[in-house]
Design a protein around this ligand. Structure first.
Ligand code: URA
Length: 211
């Protein structure tokens, strides 16, 4: 697992406004989009490209274009949906699949309750979107899910991460799976309800105006 914690004044500013409990949902959604676009610049650094012969108004040249198969963007429901718009603005040719995952309250296992993805992801470069990397359970399950279907590599784009979740990824992820994690910040800890501290609260609730 390769971790990228982005450091940039714009990210720090936007993240601080995002965290503020007085920031309303419409601003929260706008800032989430903007942060994802900034993260996507780093997250897509290793996208495969191929030579593309074109003609400019002045002369022929060989440029570069994104290779096939198209990258796959996968928001994890519900909160990951708030990151989709920013990602597809930067990567408009990507295919979008959906993954709904939640914790079974009895077994504490992560169960997949919705899946709109091709069965065969051979050779695909996949981007998981989920604002909060808290315990790491969802990310491990989602990455395994994509890898089992043949994904070439997986990049997880999260706004915030907890050290506990990152440690769990290091311990539990199969090192043969090519996973990169891009975050705006690593916070202090998880609290007893598995919320990130200081964090930003429940990302889904804040995106969709539940509070
Ligand atoms: N999910 C959230 O929405 N917030 C947290 O702090 C942790 C998980």
């Amino acid at each position: 697992m390769e971790l990228h914690v982005l450091q940039h004044p714009l990210i720090e500013h936007k993240l601080t406004v995002l965290r503020d409990k007085n920031t309303p949902s419409n601003t929260f959604r706008e800032l989430t989009s903007e942060l994802v676009m900034l993260e996507a610049y780093e997250a897509t650094r290793n996208l495969d490209i191929v030579d593309a012969p074109i003609e400019t108004p002045v002369s022929p040249m060989v440029g570069k274009k994104l290779a096939k198969p198209r990258p796959m963007v996968v928001p994890v429901l519900r909160a990951g949906l708030g990151m989709l718009d920013g990602m597809t603005r930067l990567l408009p040719t990507a295919e979008v699949g959906f993954l709904g995952m939640k914790r079974d309250e009895n077994t504490l296992d992560i169960v997949t309750y919705a899946n709109r993805l091709p069965e065969d992801l051979s050779g695909r470069q996949c981007f998981l979107l989920d604002p909060m990397l808290a315990t790491g359970g969802t990310l491990i399950a989602a990455t395994n899910y994509l890898a089992e279907r043949g994904a070439k590599d997986v990049t997880s784009i999260n706004i915030l991460a907890a050290p506990e979740g990152l440690e769990r990824l290091k311990q539990e992820m199969d090192p043969k799976i090519n996973l990169k994690v891009v975050v705006c910040a690593v916070d202090e800890k998880l609290n007893e309800h598995a919320y990130i501290v200081p964090g930003l609260g429940d990302a889904g609730d804040r995106l969709y105006g539940v509070i």
